[in-house]
Structure formats: structure tokens, C-alpha cells
Design a protein around this ligand. Structure first.
Ligand code: CA
Length: 230
């Protein structure tokens, strides 16, 4: 499988080497950094397609590194999985808000890690295509057209972008704030409840086709497009 390199950013050498060993065995090409400074150099020089980033690093936190990457046009497409000893749900939300694509809590099994990596790579490959199909809904990005069973769903431009973002990042929860950043843009000032208004419109449009159940509200966290709709 051609996946590009995976950058492992972890200051604890035994853990870093253990991860590299298992990933190499699973067929991935790995590069290693022990701190954020080295990670930034490797990101620029080696162009990895994914980074596994430990939360606690000596020079700056893994979360800060992730935020820095996601703000940078050059590195925003590098998929990020955060590795952490923290098991709190709140930390998970913070990690994902920082732009991580997934989150794995230590200790994890090599099998679990490889499965997560494959899932994230599948999703990011998927996001690059011209046509996105999840469940009964198809988005043709070139034509800006959304269809369900061949029938066109008429959406406003914001609903279209919102649906596209959620569908290409299916099964992940996004906070209102995060959706504002990703769908409306980081420098646009809009109130958080604006997101609710557009989600409501999007659901209404999808209701006509009986596929509104894919757009889910996650209490206290935000919204998610569920591929299976439950
Ligand atoms: Ca660490």
C-alpha cells in the first residue's frame, strides 16, 4: 500500500522504537523525532503523509505542534493521530479540536494502532477525491452537486460546505467552534449558534430524502456525520 511516510514524534525512546518496529513490520515507512523542533524539520524535509504525535513532549506540547501544523498551509493535510496517556474525554475533545484526526490512549496494542492508522489514511484519501459517497448520499465536488439515489438535493452554499466537510470526515465529532474554523474559515467572525442554524437547514433539506439521521448532535460536544446513521 502506497501511503507515504509516517512521522513518529515521541520523546520516550523505547516507545518510539516499539512503534517504529511494529509499523515497519506492518509495511509502513517511518521516520522518528524526539521533540517538536526535530519534528518540524522532518515535516519540511521528508514530507510525511501522517504524524503520530505524543501529547507530552519536552519542548512544546504535541497539541501545540498539531495546532501549528493545521494552521500551516504546507502541513495542514498531514493526518495526525495523537498519542496520549490522558484518558479523559475532555482531553480527547481538546485534542480533536486542535486538529488531530484521531486519538489513541496509551497503553495501546500495535494492532490497535495499525488499525487506527489505516482508518485515518482511508478517510484522508477519500477526502481528496472528486466524488464522495457515504451511505445513500453522493457529493460531486466538481459539479457542486449533492444527490440521494440520483435525485438532487438543493442546498445553500454554506449547507453544501458543511455537509461536504462532515461527510469527508465521517464519524468524527466536531465542536461548533471547530466547524466555524473549518467551514466558515478561521478569520471569519460568526457566532457559534450560526452553526446550529445551518445544521437545522441542512437536516431539513435532507429530511425530504429521508437521510437526515446521518447528521447527529453529540450532546456537549458538537456534530457528527454518521456513516451508518445510528
Ligand atoms: Ca512523552
Amino acid at each position: 500500500m502506497a501511503t507515504g511516510k509516517i512521522l513518529i514524534v515521541e520523546d520516550e525512546k523505547p516507545i518510539r522504537e516499539m512503534i517504529a518496529f511494529h509499523l515497519t513490520r506492518a509495511g509502513f515507512d517511518t521516520i522518528e523525532a524526539e521533540d517538536c523542533r526535530e519534528a518540524r524539520r522532518l515535516l519540511a524535509d521528508e514530507r510525511p503523509s501522517m504524524a503520530l504525535i505524543d501529547w507530552m513532549l519536552p519542548d512544546m506540547s504535541g497539541l501545540e505542534l498539531t495546532r501549528m501544523m493545521k494552521r500551516d498551509n504546507e502541513f495542514e493535510d498531514v493526518a495526525v493521530i495523537m498519542l496520549t496517556a490522558r484518558a479523559e474525554e475532555q482531553d480527547k475533545v481538546v485534542g480533536l479540536e486542535g486538529g488531530a484526526d484521531d486519538y489513541i490512549t496509551k497503553p495501546f496494542s500495535p494492532r490497535e494502532l495499525v488499525a487506527r492508522i489505516n482508518a485515518v489514511l482511508r478517510r484522508s484519501k477519500f477526502a481528496g477525491g472528486d466524488t464522495t459517497e457515504v451511505g445513500e448520499i453522493t457529493i460531486d465536488s466538481a459539479a457542486h452537486r449533492v444527490t440521494v439515489g440520483g435525485r438532487e438535493v438543493h442546498l445553500g452554499p454554506t449547507e453544501y460546505r458543511l455537509l461536504k466537510y462532515l461527510m469527508t470526515h465521517a464519524d468524527r465529532v466536531y465542536s461548533r467552534n471547530q466547524l466555524l474554523d473549518r467551514v466558515w474559515g478561521a478569520n471569519v467572525y460568526v457566532e457559534e449558534r450560526t452553526v446550529d442554524v445551518h445544521v437545522r437547514r441542512l437536516r431539513k433539506a435532507l429530511t425530504e430524502f429521508g437521510v437526515q439521521h446521518h447528521i447527529q448532535t453529540v450532546r456537549g460536544a458538537g456534530y457528527r456525520f454518521s456513516a451508518h446513521g445510528h
